[in-house]
Design a protein around this ligand. Structure first.
Ligand code: GLU
Ligand code: ZN
Length: 467
């Protein structure tokens, strides 16, 4: 039994974005590759910015991506609850312990006072950090400030003059000077737990062994290690994943086509395409070929995550989207195309259309023009296309009509019969036929196309060009 436990710890203050989806996927893969456990924890202590709707949406996106969790919201166990907003009692005991052991002190500084201090440090060319104003207040001074009605935050007393080191699973050895870290807040003035505190202690209490998270958290890690050390709690291994950037090197934005996972899903991206893409994003060594979902974990290794930021590349994603569509089972293809199929299409027609266009579309919307070609009228031809029909001549289409009556919707037989009548073959035979039937030079394979079109439509379209 493996002891690897990883987690994904989303803040439900927005939708799941591609970068976070990759973090979730890598954490999940790391656990699954080791036969370990993967948990989800909602970091919802910021009551003003968190919402139940965002949490529901993010969990839904994880499920859609096929990322399942062994414990988490909706799947509680003895180590929960898995929402930080419900862990107040757990935290209260730990604050007491820290206070008793002298690791915490109340800070009465107002936001304005802190700001003034920060500006003064910056003006003096010093890095801004908490100046330690309240660190050594006498009991009487504390009482006086409390009597003024000031609600204190609780700060962690950072031990001076030592180094905090850790081995980052991606970035290698890290070392920080504790003296550079100002005493930081573990509990806000309103009593809610601060990130450095609840993020660290929950990982320890929930048995997390490996924290995979964004590089933007590297500087938080020494603080969190100090808190865990003060509490005598186990420290997880940390691995910080490089950032995911837009194609232009700037932070990912909606404009670049990479918005939230929910948005990508509603545009018709398939989850298998996304996970195949994300697996290769900043992670070397996966084979070039398609990987089935069940095989993903064995192709992941944290050691092969690179150090430099990755850029979102829509062309790569589209490549995996095409690969995913190719592999869609028939029923799933119908469901995927569903919203883009004309209303009132029978289940049979929907299936026939889905089969016909499955290899010619990237998004469900792309099927709409083909539904029009198959069940309605083809688009009008442009001049160059009309010239192709003219060159073939009305006699060619009269022959096509006759051949069709003779052999039916069998593409091979039709081609042979028509070749016998007109001497044409190859593109000179198929291009005019395709244009007459579909109004397009490209599209689904000719055989299935012929088999899918209603015979009356085939007759009418040939006949129209035979005059
Ligand atoms: N809630 C934090 C975030 O979304 C989690 C950071 C972490 O994974 O430790 O950034
Ligand atoms: Zn203070």
């Amino acid at each position: 039994m493996s002891t690897t436990v990883t987690r994904f710890a989303p803040s439900p203050t927005g939708l799941l974005h591609l970068g976070n989806a990759r973090t979730a996927l890598f954490s999940w893969l790391h656990a699954r590759a080791a036969g370990g456990r993967f948990i989800v924890r909602a970091e919802d202590t910021d009551a003003a910015r968190s919402s139940e709707e965002f949490l529901t949406a993010q969990l839904e996106d994880l499920r859609w991506l096929g990322i399942d969790w062994d414990a988490g919201p909706g799947r509680e166990d003895a180590l929960g609850p898995y929402r930080q907003s419900q862990r107040g009692e757990v935290y209260a005991g730990l604050y007491e312990t820290l206070e008793r052991d002298g690791h915490l002190y109340p800070c009465y500084c107002s936001a304005v006072e802190l700001d003034v201090s920060r500006r003064a440090q910056l003006a003096a060319g010093q890095p801004p950090r908490y100046a330690g104003t309240c660190r050594d207040l006498m009991p009487a001074q504390r009482a006086a400030r409390a009597a003024e009605g000031r609600a204190p935050t609780l700060r962690f007393r950072v031990p001076g003059a030592r180094r905090v080191t850790f081995e980052d699973g991606v970035r290698g050895p890290q070392s920080f000077e504790a003296a550079d870290i100002g005493d930081f807040i573990l509990r806000r003035a309103d009593g809610s737990p601060a990130f450095f505190f609840c993020n660290a202690v929950d990982d320890a209490l929930m048995g997390v062994t490996d924290v995979l998270r964004g590089e933007d958290h590297v500087a938080n890690t020494p603080r969190q290690l100090l808190v865990l050390e003060a509490l005598g709690l186990p420290q997880p291994r940390y691995a910080h994943l490089p950032l995911l950037l837009g194609a232009d090197g700037a932070p990912l934005s909606k404009r670049q086509g990479a918005a939230s996972v929910a948005d990508m899903r509603s545009r018709g991206y398939l989850p298998e395409a996304l996970v195949n893409y994300l697996l290769r994003l900043g992670h070397q060594g996966a084979p070039d070929a398609w990987i089935e979902r069940a095989d993903l974990p064995k192709h992941f290794a944290l050691a092969r995550v690179g150090h430099s930021p990755s850029r979102f590349d829509e062309q790569q994603l589209l490549h995996w989207q095409r690969e995913a569509i190719k592999r869609l089972p028939a029923e799933a293809a119908v469901e995927w195309l569903g919203p883009s199929l004309p209303p009132g299409l029978s289940a049979d027609d929907a299936r026939r259309l889905a089969q016909l266009v499955q290899h010619n579309v990237i998004f469900p919307d792309d099927a709409a023009p083909w539904a029009q070609v198959v069940f309605g009228e083809p688009p009008a031809l442009g001049e160059a296309d009309l010239a192709v029909l003219e060159e073939a001549g009305t006699g060619f289409f009269a022959a096509a009509l006759a051949a069709f009556e003779e052999v039916g919707a069998d593409a091979g037989a039709l081609a042979r019969a028509l070749k016998a009548r007109t001497g044409r073959k190859g593109a000179a035979l198929f291009m005019p036929l395709r244009l007459a039937l579909t109004g397009c030079r490209e599209g689904p394979e000719f055989g299935p196309l012929l088999a899918t079109l209603a015979p009356d439509k085939i007759r009418a379209r040939f006949a129209a060009r035979a005059r």
